[in-house]
Design a protein around this ligand. Structure first.
Ligand code: INI
Length: 161
């Protein structure tokens, strides 16, 4: 067993979900899956705030503002980039992932990557199923675990501990 790991308990924690409207027929299921899991793990409904942006490319900008505001214990980024006929997919998927990763490595609270990048709609549907495999649900569980671990690290690594 690990010496340090985050407990799956979201009691008293607050979370922001930053979700893109593009491919909302997929992303809505991710948001629902994430919200349901946060509540299952003990988060209060009004401690979960949803911020909607046009597309996955816009997610990191809003996530950055929410990190700076300092009001959340974790930020969950949800979207769906589905490959089309042009290289546009690669730019949107790549830049969104790169910028979210950049934020995640530097943010004082966890930033979770739940943006699907798939070759087609069917692959996206398989990963955003209501009450079944759902990457939003997994992202929420990761957010709670990481928020608990960050809180523990803050307590144990602080100079006064
Ligand atoms: N945004 C997505 O979230 N998913 C996509 O599949 C997508 N495609 O395919 O184009 C997409 N494009 C929009 C992009 O995220 C920005 O909103 C747009 O470029 C304006 O900055």
């Amino acid at each position: 067993m690990a010496d340090h790991e985050g407990k799956p308990d979201a009691g008293g924690m607050s979370f922001a979900i930053v979700a893109s409207r593009f491919n909302d027929f997929i992303v809505d299921n991710l948001v629902q899956g994430a919200t349901d899991r946060l509540i299952e793990l003990g988060a209060a409904k009004d401690a979960i705030k949803l911020y909607q942006v046009p597309g996955a490319f816009e997610i990191p900008g809003v996530a950055r503002k929410l990190i700076d505001a300092g009001s959340f214990d974790g930020i969950i980024c949800l979207g769906a980039v589905i490959r089309g006929a042009t290289p546009h997919f690669d730019y949107v998927a790549g830049e969104s992932a790169r910028e979210i990763a950049h934020l995640a490595a530097r943010s004082p609270v966890p930033v979770i990557y739940g943006v699907l990048t798939t070759d087609d709609v069917e692959q996206a549907r398989e990963r955003a199923r209501p009450n079944a495999e759902n990457k939003g649900t997994e992202a929420a569980a990761a957010a709670v675990e990481m928020a608990a671990l960050y809180a523990e690290l803050k307590r144990n690594l602080s100079p006064d501990a």
